[in-house]
Ligand binder design. Structure first.
Ligand code: PMP
Length: 282
């Protein structure tokens, strides 16, 4: 398949990456994942904006304008004829002899993008999934979409070892977010989710949900809740680019609501589907 290596569309075999790339040695870089529905990138502007924001927060200067990067990624999707799937891209600080501090002179950042084919996993959306509480042991800049994902990896692995689809991370009592998703509870007709600060990623799907809540008349309250409150919610769900809106019907041994995806959650899913249908061409 075709991939992007810096600003060039190349065959995968042509890509040469250095052992001393700081992404490889330090996780020193940032990334994005955009979902492609029927040949169009969903919320592409928001993802590209967040990519530049993440890069800026760690002082990586992306050597393209947003428009050029958008066009590069578009050309990649077209080259691979992706109808439904994903495009992944990342940028690292570049390659330099191993030393923690930023190298001088500043190396050329290394940009990589590739596509994946994939259909929506309807069964998960309809039946819901189980989740597991996992202590949030990550650093204090979870707002950066960093390549350093070890905390997230360990959280997801713990969930999967327990037969669960996702981890619900908590710092002390406070629920923060999933290993690669945001978390929401609904109680007495009000939606609660952790406020966007340094402890969670400001999800693009979360922003879509905020707008869908307004559309369907569900109050969206950015207020943290505890693990105890979480298991007492009427409905619970997670969101991400890949999982969209996935109901959570059980947390550890606790059944949420009646153990089926809730009414509000299903309304949000329907409103989300309508947004996807509205997608224009790229
Ligand atoms: N939190 C974390 C830690 C994530 O990795 C993701 C997935 N990128 C999300 C939340 C959800 O973000 P988005 O809706 O933009 O995919």
């Amino acid at each position: 398949t075709t991939m992007l290596w810096n600003d060039r569309l190349v065959k995968e075999e042509e890509i040469k990456l250095s052992i001393e790339d700081r992404g490889y040695q330090f996780g020193d870089g940032v990334y994005e994942v955009i979902k492609i529905y029927n040949g169009s990138m969903f919320t592409v502007t928001e993802h590209i904006d967040r990519f530049y924001e993440s890069a800026e927060k760690i002082n990586i200067v992306i050597p393209y304008t947003k428009d050029v990067l958008h066009k590069m990624v578009y050309d990649l999707i077209e080259a691979n004829e992706i109808v439904n799937g994903y495009v992944y891209f990342q940028i690292t600080r570049g390659s330099s002899p191993r030393a923690h501090a930023f190298p001088t002179p500043t190396p050329e950042p290394v940009f990589i993008a590739y596509t994946m084919k994939g259909e929506r996993s309807i069964e998960k959306y309809e039946k819901g999934v189980k989740a597991k509480f996992v202590e949030d042991i990550r650093w204090l800049r979870c707002d950066i979409k960093s390549l350093n994902l070890l905390g997230n990896v360990l959280a997801k692995e713990a969930a999967q070892q327990a037969g669960c689809y996702e981890a619900i991370q908590h710092r002390g009592e406070i629920v923060t977010e999933g290993s690669s998703s945001n978390m929401y509870g609904i109680k007495d007709g009000v939606l609660y989710t952790h406020p966007t600060n340094n402890l969670i990623l400001n999800g693009i799907t979360r922003r879509v949900i905020m707008s869908l809540c307004e559309e369907i008349g569900l109050p969206f309250i950015e207020e943290a809740f505890t693990t105890g409150q979480a298991i007492d919610m009427d409905e619970f769900f997670m969101s991400s680019t890949s999982s969209e809106i996935t109901p959570i019907i059980q947390i550890d041994d606790n059944i949420i609501g009646n153990g089926k995806p809730g009414e509000w959650t299903r309304k949000l899913q329907a409103a989300f589907d309508a947004r996807v249908q509205q997608l224009g061409s790229l």
